[in-house]
Design a protein around this ligand. Structure first.
Ligand code: ADP
Ligand code: SF4
Ligand code: MG
Length: 328
């Protein structure tokens, strides 16, 4: 696969949850983006904006009340059109997932190296002897010494446990890794180490990564492309340079203001006044309208479409059209 062909193309992905009383929660609407080999795409936005739902929709790991539509093309195959049986060949083997509380998913009373071995034996057809070899390679890759590997998770710190989970996620040599707030539960020093590890692993293995985070400092460090989600829709999408140096959407601008120093991301996204929309009762116009400092009259009634604002840079805001009209 060439580096200019996307590994994953998400097209018009929409997901709603059916709640009791015939109520629907529209968690994602018309989300599209591409992930290229060897690249990291950051998925950012406040809590509840649909980041995890995006990953779980792609992997089809949502509960039965979820309805997913659109296309998820992975190496040209639409994952949403596969049977459950066929889909199983993609999870872990092609696309692996690590998440914030993953480190608590380890069995506390089983040796770490044995748990990684089990993961390999479960998914791969490697004979036991070779599988042990692979365990050692994986431990080495994530910086766990062999003698530490023989310990139990309860003897591990949070950071070490997250390393072990990364080793497990890589057991089947996936080409794409989904990392959903992988360092949020860790303290700042350890966060930096785990992120550095992900960066190194990406280089060594040539992985593509989708990194979910609410931390724009992390995005600046690790990502090539950024998708900014707001209320389940793409507010802005572009290269990390475009997003940081020329943000076009008022929401992106506010997010960046909330992180004045990208290398010391202490600010919280909650510093943008107001809250994201309720998914069961969405505004009929722009979803950001109630909180937008730049809103126009039409924003209340008309949802803005995603427009191209630069090379592979898109934003959904009526202001952009007004600007274009002024220039004409
Ligand atoms: N199983 C579910 N049933 C109903 N609503 C859900 C379910 N899972 C997620 N949601 C809703 O979807 C929205 C997006 O959630 P999520 O993707 O977890 O956001 P994020 O990861 O960005 O914090 C939230 O409002 C959440 O309450
Ligand atoms: S469309 Fe209107 S309300 Fe929405 S972000 Fe743009 S200016 Fe603000
Ligand atoms: Mg989440």
């Amino acid at each position: 696969m060439s580096e200019s062909t996307p590994l994953l193309s998400v097209r018009h992905l929409s997901t709603f949850f059916e709640l009791s009383g015939n109520v629907k929660a529209y968690a994602l609407e018309d989300v599209s983006f591409d992930v290229y080999p060897y690249q990291t795409l950051g998925l950012v936005g406040e809590s509840g904006c649909g980041k995890s739902t995006t990953l779980m929709s792609i992997l089809r790991l949502l509960p039965p009340n979820a309805h997913i539509s659109g296309q998820v093309l992975f190496k040209g195959v639409d994952l949403l059109a596969l049977s459950e049986e066929e889909m199983r060949a993609y999870r872990w083997k092609e696309i692996a997932l690590i998440f914030q509380s993953a480190m608590n998913a380890l069995n506390p009373v089983m040796r770490v190296d044995e748990q990684i071995l089990e993961a390999i034996l479960l998914h791969r057809l490697l004979p036991r002897e070779q599988a042990w070899q692979r365990v050692q390679e994986l431990l080495d890759l994530v910086g766990i010494a062999p003698q530490r590997g023989r310990q139990y998770p309860f003897q591990f710190s949070g950071g070490m446990r997250q390393r072990a989970m990364i080793a497990m996620a890589l057991a089947c040599s996936p080409s794409l890794l989904f990392a959903d707030e992988p360092t949020t539960a860790l303290d700042v020093m350890i966060q930096a180490q785990v992120l550095e590890l992900l960066k190194n692993i990406q280089k060594r293995l040539g992985l593509a990564i989708v990194l979910v985070t609410h931390d724009l400092g992390v995005v600046a460090e690790l990502c090539d492309q950024v998708v900014v989600l707001y209320g389940g829709k793409v507010a802005e999408y572009g290269s990390v340079d475009a997003i940081y140096n020329s943000p076009q959407h008022p929401y992106t601008q506010k997010l960046l203001e909330a992180f004045p120093d990208l290398h010391r991301p202490t600010a919280s996204l909650a510093s943008i006044p107001g809250t994201p929309p309720r998914l069961t009762d969405l505004p009929s116009g722009c979803r950001f309208e109630p909180r937008c400092f730049a809103r126009l009259e039409r924003c209340r009634h008309e949802p803005p479409a995603l427009r191209e604002v630069g090379e592979k840079h898109y934003a959904a805001c009526h202001l952009l059209e007004e600007k274009e009209n002024l220039l004409e």
